[in-house]
Ligand binder design. Sequence first.
Ligand code: GDP
Length: 366
Amino acid sequence: MAKKFRENIRNVAIIAHVDHGKTTLVDAMLHQAGVFRDNQHVAERVMDKLDLEREKGITILSKNTTIKWQDNLINILDTPGHADFGGQVQRVLRMVDGCLLLVDASEGPLPQTRYVLSNALELGLSPIVVINKIDRPDARIGEVLDEVLELFLDLDASEEQCHFPVVYTNAKIGTATMDLGTEGDNLMPLFRLIFDKVPPPEYDDEAPLQLQIVTLDYSDYVGRIGIGRIANGTIKQAEQVMLIKNDSTRSQAKVTQLYTYEGLSRVDAKSAWAGEIVAVAGLENMDIGDTVTSMLDPRPLPPLKIDEPTLEMVFGVNTSPFQGREGTFVTTRQIRDRLVQRNSGKSCSACGRLGDFGRLSRLRSW
Ligand code: GDP
């Protein structure tokens, strides 16, 4: 194996309790990295796009924001703050090499971060601690840092993880400093710290294409979309690839669409290679954990081991006396389509909610 690194890419997750300033910070990073053109109005804030998230102020669906800084790319992956979405948290964390733990300078670390942080530490990620809202009159930075360290110890962090680097930010005005005695001018110290402390993606120069699907999305135009990080090799639009499922079955398919990320958007790409986070369409029967690999030299990646879903439901035939009396979309096919869409990370247009029900393979046999 010829081990190499994509030196100009960093994939990081962001972990924060609600309201500690995650969205404000990522917005500021995007602005300072020049992603938005001057005439482009940023209508919605970066990470809280779903209605439910806006309403409740929580982040459920993990999303990717790509920041181009100088000639480098920083992919920031949002993590859901809830243990209920455990499977999703673990999958997101597998796409990154580091994480930012964002903590309010007055409130300190709160329970929502505990679960995601414990997963990150278990996976061996070394977090960067970002103490935000240092301008708050009630900021108690020293005590908050002690509380963060206590939390790390409580979660059995390694010695290296406990020696976390710290950066102090005021996300509202977009400044960061490594030293509380010196006021920050911009977010450069944060960008630099990410590049210094988060390892670049590693890949095997001699391996063929290997891309594991870790999240699903859905579009009415292109159908199922699989998102993942390319472990090795290159993927091209219109390429014939092999899809290897978790149960080892293989099928050939064509990558009809290939997307990479730019700022908040998904953009068409002709090709992408190791270390990049991409979305692919055309592989209609892909599921979470499947490997998209070379047709000539197909090599599956190890299956993903993730927590079982918190909730499991069985949908059966309605045997009640009211059966068939009301409802419009009631056939099993319609219900299945709706569920598969929801499983693909879409929110319901009626209630704004969405689910992470894990695998829906049993539905497929209907
Ligand atoms: P999220 O839930 O973690 O995404 O938090 P938001 O980014 O929505 O921020 C929550 C609130 O904190 C908003 O009212 C922000 O304006 C405010 N906020 C964010 N960063 C700072 C900061 O550095 N200083 C101050 N004073 N307020 C901040």
